[in-house]
Design a protein around this ligand. Sequence first.
Ligand code: 5GP
Ligand code: ZN
Length: 112
Amino acid sequence: MTDDCLFCSIAAGDVPSDTVAESDHAVAFRDVNPQAPTHVLVIPRVHQPDIGSLAEAEPEATIDLLALARRVAEDAGGSYRLVFNTGADAQQTVFHCHAHVLAGRELGWPPG
Ligand code: 5GP
Ligand code: ZN
């Protein structure tokens, strides 16, 4: 838990969220500003700023997060996209690692 981290507070249950699934190391909840019919964020319980840092420091949590993201995506049905915005120029705004699971509509490419 890192002070002043929104997603640490959500993982701890101190800030409410629309939780859709949980695992030992990860929590999945609906994005407050959805960009697709299914838009779920999957975060590790531990604080790491991005997916690369998480993979290096917490490989077990990384695999667990990816497995939870897959479960959420498959529950949505059909094709899906998993996005890790990493760094400010990639539009990362919350610096606690999170996967966006996007599904439920045709997803364009390139993503912009
Ligand atoms: P990023 O831009 O860092 O890749 O994604 C951060 C995401 O967090 C955004 O899609 C934004 O809508 C979402 N978000 C920001 N604040 C909250 C919040 O308080 N609750 C939820 N559920 N999502 C949030
Ligand atoms: Zn955090």
